[in-house]
Design a protein around this ligand. Structure first.
Ligand SMILES: CC(=O)SCCNC(=O)CCNC(=O)[C@H](O)C(C)(C)COP(=O)(O)OP(=O)(O)OC[C@H]1O[C@@H](n2cnc3c(N)ncnc32)[C@H](O)[C@@H]1OP(=O)(O)O
Length: 171
């Protein structure tokens, strides 16, 4: 089967809405950060698979900015979209919106960028299609991605150095 070379970013758009209930909250009565991070990884991985149509793994959570607390009783909506592709890796952006359900008041509660890698049948990284933007928001995310990719590259080298440093006890 011939592989699709380019897909519109919107084909990867993935949206998840949940009600915030007491078991999801911390001692302050707001959504527990670890729970939100699990939601982010879940929705972002689905967006990544929609592009790759192969299994993916999270290579890194590049950033998670918690901007506003989300209270019990609010809804939380996550929108994930693939913004940029390398050869086998892709950047996914996740926007988290909290809504006070009784008033309809909405706010951006968190923002996150993650990197996923697609795996082929041999379990090794495999080539993925490129994405292209259409809306103004998509264009901004796509155009600014190369700057974030450069930052990731230097952080990956730092991470390799850290792994080498902390692995010396195992040798
Ligand atoms: C959805 C889930 O819950 S998955 C579970 C959590 N995740 C995991 O267990 C993943 C564990 N890590 C791995 O399996 C490996 O490190 C992999 C597959 C991510 C990368 O394997 P590597 O052997 O390093 O592959 P390789 O060096 O060829 O890199 C492949 C691509 O990943 C990118 N990459 C690898 N590590 C990182 C990183 N830390 N951050 C960003 N990009 C990375 C590379 O830049 C490369 O991108 P490109 O092909 O677009 O140029």
């Amino acid at each position: 089967m011939e592989q699709v070379k380019k897909k519109p970013m919107k084909e990867t758009l993935t949206i998840k809405t949940s009600h915030v209930f007491p078991p999801d909250a911390n001692h302050l009565g707001t959504l527990f950060g670890g729970k939100l991070m699990a939601y982010i990884d879940d929705v972002a991985s689905i967006a990544a698979i929609k592009l790759a149509r192969n299994p993916v793994v999270t290579a890194s959570t590049d950033s998670v900015d918690f901007i506003k607390p989300i209270k019990i009783g609010d809804s939380v909506t996550l929108e994930a979209i693939v913004t940029w592709t390398g050869n086998t890796s892709m950047e996914v952006f996740v926007k988290v919106i909290a809504e006070q359900l009784l008033t309809g008041k909405k706010a951006v509660a968190a923002l996150s960028f993650l990197t996923f890698v697609a795996l082929g049948e041999d379990g090794k990284p495999t080539v993925i299609p490129e994405v292209f933007p259409e809306t103004d928001e998509e264009k901004w995310l796509h155009q600014t991605a190369s700057r974030r990719a450069a930052h990731r590259k230097s952080r990956k080298q730092e991470s390799k150095d850290l792994v080498a440093f902390f692995s010396h006890n195992f040798n």
